[in-house]
Design a protein around this ligand. Structure first.
Ligand SMILES: Nc1ncc2ncn(CCCCCNC(=O)c3cc(-c4ccc(F)cc4)cc(O)c3O)c2n1
Ligand SMILES: [Mg+2]
Length: 214
């Protein structure tokens, strides 16, 4: 039977990356996506911006919405301090199965908790299920029309504290207009746009970094 793109991406990781070396996993995926098949990873250019925000925040608790194949999961986890925790939500079981193997190949599984399910269902259960009080950093990379409702839900559930950072992918392409309008106009956020490009292309895209002011 035909393999899927995520399966071929995993194959490229197992063939070209060194077990236990997260940077080589990131490099193998970027090479596969540039030379073989485009895939919706945050990519190398926006990935460098992601790395700089993660390093600056040095978070103890991270929530990632939308795991896909685990590319940004591995990028973030490789920069976390020893006892930090990254919870990543993936709706699609086939993507989740691939992501688990990519995360394991990179050797960062001890820092990562991959949960299969929809953000709207799981955000209200974060505290009771994982003992997380608040998130220091949230990386939004899931359905673009869920960025705003899930941000409001995180506020309502008390998962954001003064200084929590939201970093949102794809605010230009595919675009998240209602989310951008909200974080840029709300007095409860201080927002900053990092102009970049859609992964592996010359199309404009960018990341929006928003600090929750409490
Ligand atoms: N609620 C909930 N909870 C949990 C979940 N887990 C997964 N999902 C569903 C997420 C499905 C994938 C989301 N990502 C994208 O759609 C995406 C698309 C492009 C793109 C595509 C084609 C173009 F021509 C141009 C740009 C580029 C990107 O960087 C993207 O991230 C969930 N939903
Ligand atoms: Mg994205």
């Amino acid at each position: 039977t035909q393999s899927t793109r995520p399966q071929r991406l995993l194959g490229a990781v197992q063939k070209n990356a060194t077990r236990g070396d997260p940077r080589s996993v990131v490099q193998a995926i970027d090479q596969f996506c540039r030379q073989k098949e485009w895939a919706m990873n945050v990519g190398d250019e926006k990935g460098c911006i992601l790395d700089s925000v993660v390093s600056e925040v040095n978070p103890a608790t991270v929530l990632e919405l939308g795991t896909y194949c685990g590319y940004s999961t591995v990028r973030i986890a490789s920069l976390l301090p020893p006892h930090a925790k990254l919870i990543t939500l993936e709706f699609n079981p086939d993507f989740a199965a691939i992501a688990r193997q990519v995360i394991a190949w990179a050797g960062v599984e001890d820092k990562v908790h991959l949960v299969e399910g929809a953000s709207g269902d799981w955000i209200p259960k974060m505290t009771e299920q994982f003992g997380v009080k608040t998130f220091d950093l949230v990386f939004l990379d899931h359905w673009k029309d869920r960025y705003l409702p899930d941000t409001m839900l995180m506020e309502e559930c008390g998962l954001l504290r003064k200084g929590s950072i939201l970093l949102a992918d794809n605010v230009i392409c595919p675009g998240t207009p209602d989310y951008l309008e909200y974080v840029r106009s709300s007095l409860r956020y201080e927002s900053q746009y990092f102009k970049s490009h859609l992964e592996y292309t010359k199309v404009e895209d960018g990341l929006e970094k928003s600090v929750f002011l409490g």
